[in-house]
Design a protein around this ligand. Structure first.
Ligand code: XBP
Ligand code: MG
Length: 255
């Protein structure tokens, strides 16, 4: 036991910069459509990400910034309606092709497939949004399991989604590595006992990643090396399966 058998990927902020250029803009479009004068700037959106899940984030925003707001129906019902419109806009943005994959993602997934490593997704985004991204860039069947949104009762930072993936795929945490971009994601994965590599981004660079094995700027490419924020990566300058196995071994040694 301990050989690397599976990679579990977070989606938003990890596979692509979907938050700033996708979810945020889609919310703004939905606000306009509903005649609301609310618009989230890229800067304002950062702290809102502390709440995982689009519906949950919207409700938290209303409570904090518009406590007097009186929706025509119960707040949860109204938020679900607005979120459905937001989903429509988000999918459009992805299909238009304005959001690329982050460095190294496509290369690593190709290598993993070639070597028979099992692949899974663990995200708080709802399934239609995840599928829009996966369908654009991959054949979604390359992911053995896509665990998304409301499939578990509680979203990250609780470990529920990772427990679900391990159970469904009959894997031990020691056989996997997780790639995440946020503190909530690291907390969720590490509470499930999973070794976790972080590729941070502009929204998460100040997060506390203390449970992670290593923190990188991104996965890197042969001609565009990653920056090591924290961790022991040997002589690697971009992430390969060998790098992941090296990191996983470190995590098992410490665990
Ligand atoms: C990130 C999230 C999501 C998205 C919005 O998820 O917190 O809530 O911002 O998604 P992860 P929905 O990093 O786990 O992929 O609107 O689809 O809920
Ligand atoms: Mg994320």
């Amino acid at each position: 036991m301990g050989k690397l058998k599976a990679i579990i990927f977070d989606v938003d902020g990890t596979l692509a910069e979907t938050e700033r250029d996708g979810h945020r803009l889609a919310f703004n479009q939905a606000f306009s459509e509903m005649g609301l004068p609310w618009q989230w700037s890229a800067e304002f959106y950062g702290p809102l990400l502390e709440v995982s899940g689009g519906k949950e984030r919207l409700i938290a925003y209303v409570h904090q910034y518009h406590p007097q707001f009186e929706p025509p129906v119960e707040l949860e019902v109204w938020a679900a309606q607005l979120h459905r419109q937001k989903t429509k806009y988000y999918r459009q943005l992805l299909l238009e092709g304005s959001i690329p994959l982050r460095p190294g993602i496509a290369r690593l997934i190709t290598e993993a497939r070639r070597e028979g490593i099992r692949l899974a997704i663990a995200t708080t985004s709802i399934l239609p949004n995840v599928m829009a991204l996966l369908e654009k860039f991959f054949h979604p069947t390359i992911f053995e399991l896509i665990a998304a949104g409301d499939i578990v009762p509680q979203k990250k930072p609780t470990p529920d989604i990772y427990h679900y993936v391990l159970e469904q795929m009959n894997l031990s945490p020691r056989e996997c590595i997780v790639i995440e971009d946020s503190q909530a994601g690291v907390q969720a994965a590490t509470q499930a006992g999973l070794p976790t590599l972080v590729t941070q981004n502009e929204y998460t660079q100040d997060h506390d990643f203390s449970g992670a094995i290593a923190v990188l700027s991104d996965l890197g490419e042969p001609d565009a090396p990653f920056e090591v924020i924290r961790g022991e990566l040997g002589s690697a300058t971009y992430t390969t399966l060998e790098t992941l196995a090296f990191l996983q071994k470190q995590a098992l040694g410490n665990g």
